[in-house]
Write a protein that binds this ligand. Structure first.
Ligand SMILES: [Fe+2]
Length: 287
């Protein structure tokens, strides 16, 4: 009997290490806008690629599949590569996202730090080293991807008017950056995006005012999700509600991304995902 359990355990280890990290899926989520938007819009949310070496063919395939759904906007929420040597692979991947679709990005903690593999087990013994973000910013520039570093951009399309606010990753977020989003014009669908859910910890109730949707990544959905227990390692001060999927705070929708990659190659019941968000006008809901 013990041999059967041992075999099962080894099979699960093998699956989590070599199979599941490559099983990319596309998840579609829907929300009804409380603001008037003219027609339904869709946003492709890409997060936590953690590219190491060649871009997996299956990842390219799922991106192409998502692009066929005609997203109006593409947003990246950080953690693109593990080190500068992988920027060439990122360059190749970014070519998949066409220039005709507006693309915006924020940076994640892996853009500012290089982490040794064992950092995940012991933060002080295996300390991170600072990383220069300039080569990545140059790459984005070449791909016409706008990086929002505590900035808001207004974007008007035939379907809706967006105010897009990107908040920069920082290790120390208390208090929130003095930059704020009070100047958002009326009637704009306000989308706030940043890398880590930890920022939310410093939000007061009034900070959510006027924000329609928040997008974020960083948690990798916990990477390992045990039955009845849920996500094991969340990398944030939050545990369950904000780690993966949809949530709502006051009148703001919050969408958390499981990520497409990871530093430590291991996933269990937490397949890497690409998220396509569909935002519908209020009348489409009642119809
Ligand atoms: Fe990440």
């Amino acid at each position: 009997m013990i041999y059967i359990f041992l075999l099962l355990f080894l099979l699960l280890l093998f699956y989590s290490r070599y199979i599941e990290p490559g099983l990319f899926i596309m998840r579609e989520r829907e929300m009804i806008s409380l603001k008037i938007i003219k027609r339904p819009v869709s946003i492709l949310h890409v997060s936590d690629l953690h590219l190491k070496g060649q871009v997996p063919t299956r990842l390219i395939r799922i991106i192409r599949k998502a692009l066929k759904k005609g997203p109006d906007l593409i947003l990246f929420t950080g953690d693109f590569t593990e080190c500068d040597q992988d920027l060439a692979h990122l360059d190749k991947l970014l070519r998949e996202f066409p220039d005709r679709i507006p693309r915006f990005a924020v940076l994640g903690n892996h853009e500012f730090h290089h982490y040794p593999v064992l950092h995940v087990f012991h933060h002080t013994l295996f300390q991170s080293k600072p990383r220069d973000i300039r080569p990545l910013l140059d790459l984005f520039k070449r791909h016409h991807i706008q990086v929002l570093r505590n900035q808001t951009r207004f974007l008007k399309t035939a379907k809706a008017s967006f105010a897009l606010t990107g908040m920069e990753y920082t290790d120390h977020v208390d208090p929130l950056p003095s930059f704020h989003w009070t100047g958002i014009r009326k009637g704009y669908f306000h989308l706030l995006f940043f890398h880590s859910p930890d920022l939310l910890h410093f939000f007061k109730k009034e900070d959510y005012d006027g924000i329609d949707l928040i997008l974020m990544g960083h948690t990798h959905g916990g990477q390992v999700r045990l039955p009845l227990i849920g996500p094991v390692v969340t990398r944030t001060r939050y545990t369950k509600w904000i780690v993966d999927g949809y949530a709502r705070r006051h009148s703001t929708f919050i969408s958390s991304h499981r990520g497409l990659g990871q530093s430590f190659q291991f996933r269990f019941f937490c397949r890497p995902e690409l998220v396509l968000l569909r935002i519908k006008p209020p009348e489409a809901h009642s119809a």
